[in-house]
Design a protein around this ligand. Sequence first.
Ligand SMILES: [Zn+2]
Length: 64
Amino acid sequence: MKTKLCLICKKVPVEKKAPYWPFCSERCKLIDLGKWASGQYAIAGEEIKKESEEEDDAVKPPHS
Ligand SMILES: [Zn+2]
């Protein structure tokens, strides 16, 4: 039978047939959803950073 450690707490082995696979419990599943919602998996992070760098450049005083 294949088991895997819970993706959130990384301590509890979860069976592949478990109801909340790949998480050990509903709680860990909800924590994972919360991470997505709060942007901890920063997929768009690079783009946002690039934009702020451009803004920073525009705010610079003109070179004299
Ligand atoms: Zn867990």
